[in-house]
Design a protein around this ligand. Structure first.
Ligand code: B1M
Length: 222
C-alpha cells in the first residue's frame, strides 16, 4: 500500500481529522485525513482505491476495537469524523457515478424514539464500509420508511430503537415493509433489541454493534 494511504488509514483509525486538529495529541501538526485524502487524489490514486485500501480497513479496525471495548464512543466518533473529512473529497466521484458504491442503506430510529447516537455510529460505519447511506433521522414513522424505499429501490433497511416502548413501533414498521417489499433485507438494532426479538418480528438480522451491521452488509454484497 502507498505511504499516503497508510498514513490516511492511521488518521482515520486514531481520529486525526485535519492538520489543525489537536486530537490525538501524538499526531499534532501532522496532516490529517482531510489533507491526505486530497493529496492522494492529486497524486493520481483512484477514489475507490482510497476507500478500499485506506478508509474501509481503518473503519473495520475501529469497529473491531469498539466491539471488543478497547475504545469507547468518543474515540469512535473522532474516527468517524476523520473518515467524513476524507469522504468530502471522495463523495463527488460517487455522485458523478465515476466510482460505484456497494449498495444503498436506509436507516432511521423508529417512531416515537429520539435516540440517535448509536444509530449515527451505525450509519457512519456503514458509510465507511462503502455504502451510500440514506439517514432518515429520528422518530421515523412507517410511511417515511416506505417513501424512502420507493425512492431508493433495492436498499437494505436498518431500524434502531432504544426504548422498550418504541420496540413495538419497530415491529409495526417491519410488518409494513414486509407486506410491500418481501424481498428487502431488514437489519435491526439498539440496546433493548435482541436476536430473539428480531426473529419474532420477522426482521432478517440483529446486530448489537456497528461492526456486526457492517459485516452483515458485506456478506449481502458479496
Ligand atoms: Co434516553 N433512555 N430517554 N435519552 N437514554 C435510555 C435509552 C435509558 C436506557 C436510560 C435509563 O433509564 N437507564 C431509558 C430507556 C429505558 C427503556 O426503555 N428500557 C431511556 C429513557 C427512559 C428516555 C426517556 C423516556 C426519558 C424521559 O424523558 N423520561 C426519553 C425518551 C425520549 C424519546 O426518545 N422519545 C429519553 C431521552 C434521552 C435524551 C434525549 C436525553 C438522550 C438521547 C440523545 C440522543 O440520542 N441524541 C438520551 C440518552 C443519551 C440515553 C442514554 C443515557 C444513552 C443512549 C446512548 O446514546 N448510548 C440511555 C442509557 C444508556 O444506554 N446508558 C438512555 C450510546 C450509544 C452508542 O449506544 O444507542 O445503544 P446505543 O447504540 C449502540 C447499539 O445499541 C447499536 O450500536 C450502537 C453502538 O454500539 N445499535 C445498532 C443502535 N442502533 C442500531 C441499529 C442497528 C445495529 C446496531 O442496525 C440498524
Amino acid at each position: 500500500m502507498s505511504d499516503i494511504l497508510e498514513k490516511l488509514a492511521l488518521c482515520v483509525e486514531f481520529g486525526k481529522i485535519n492538520k489543525i486538529s489537536p486530537y490525538p495529541p501524538n499526531m499534532k501538526d501532522q496532516d490529517g485525513a482531510d489533507e491526505l485524502a486530497r493529496k492522494a487524489l492529486e497524486s493520481g490514486i483512484k477514489p475507490d482505491e482510497i476507500l478500499e485500501n485506506a478508509l474501509i480497513p481503518a473503519m473495520a479496525i475501529v469497529g473491531g476495537k469498539f466491539s471488543r471495548k478497547e475504545i469507547y464512543v468518543p474515540q469512535m466518533l473522532m474516527a468517524a469524523k476523520a473518515m467524513n473529512s476524507a469522504m468530502v473529497h471522495i463523495k463527488p466521484f460517487f455522485q458523478s457515478g465515476e466510482t460505484k458504491r456497494k449498495g444503498k442503506f436506509i436507516i432511521g430510529t423508529v417512531s416515537g424514539d429520539l435516540h440517535d447516537i448509536g444509530k449515527n455510529l451505525v450509519a457512519m460505519m456503514i458509510e465507511g464500509g462503502g455504502w451510500e447511506v440514506i439517514d432518515l433521522g429520528v422518530d421515523v414513522g412507517t410511511e417515511k420508511f416506505l417513501k424512502a424505499i420507493d425512492e431508493h429501490p433495492g436498499s437494505v433497511i436498518g431500524l434502531s430503537a432504544l426504548l422498550t416502548t418504541t420496540m413495538e413501533n419497530m415491529k409495526k414498521t417491519v410488518a409494513a415493509i414486509r407486506e410491500k417489499h418481501s424481498d428487502l433485507k431488514i437489519l435491526v438494532g439498539g440496546a433493548p433489541v435482541t436476536m430473539d426479538y428480531c426473529q419474532k418480528i420477522g426482521a432478517d438480522f440483529y446486530s448489537p454493534d456497528p461492526q456486526g451491521a457492517v459485516n452483515y452488509l458485506k456478506q449481502l454484497a458479496s
